[in-house]
Design a protein around this ligand. Structure first.
Ligand code: ZN
Length: 134
């Protein structure tokens, strides 16, 4: 694990939250991207070497909608940057963590991503992400 790449924050209203985080961080979001397979709209802010990813539901039955319903707004996941996501997934499996994905999948912001189940990580949904290089 190289560093915290971003924090994912679940929000009800993307427009309002974009304005709020623009005020908070003093910078506008540099990218907005829908991940249709996850039923989520994302918005990214750069903050020094790290990023903030806002997540709003686009599918009322998707994982973000369910999270908002159960827990309300707030920190949804912590994402760590890795060099070799497959090797890192193997390592974590051997360490006894439960992975939510069999294989890396394409996430937002040009990344391969995989998730560790929060039940195996003290209640924290952990994302591994590796930049996609063509
Ligand atoms: Zn993320």
């Amino acid at each position: 694990m190289k560093k915290i790449e971003h924090l994912g924050i679940a929000v009800h209203n993307m427009q309002d939250s974009n304005k709020l985080f623009e005020k908070l961080l003093g910078v506008a979001p540099y990218k907005q991207e829908e991940v249709a397979s996850e039923g989520v709209m994302t918005s990214f802010f750069q903050n020094g070497p790290n990023k903030i990813e806002l997540l709003a539901a686009t599918d009322p039955t998707g994982p973000i909608a369910k999270f908002l319903e159960k827990k309300g707004e707030g920190i949804h996941h912590v994402a760590f940057e890795v060099d070799d996501i497959k090797a890192e997934m193997e390592r974590l499996k051997h360490e006894g963590f439960t992975l939510l994905n069999e294989k890396p999948k394409k996430g937002a912001d040009n990344k391969w991503v995989a998730f560790v189940h929060p039940k195996s990580a003290n209640g924290v949904l952990v994302e591994l992400c590796q930049e996609i290089k063509e």
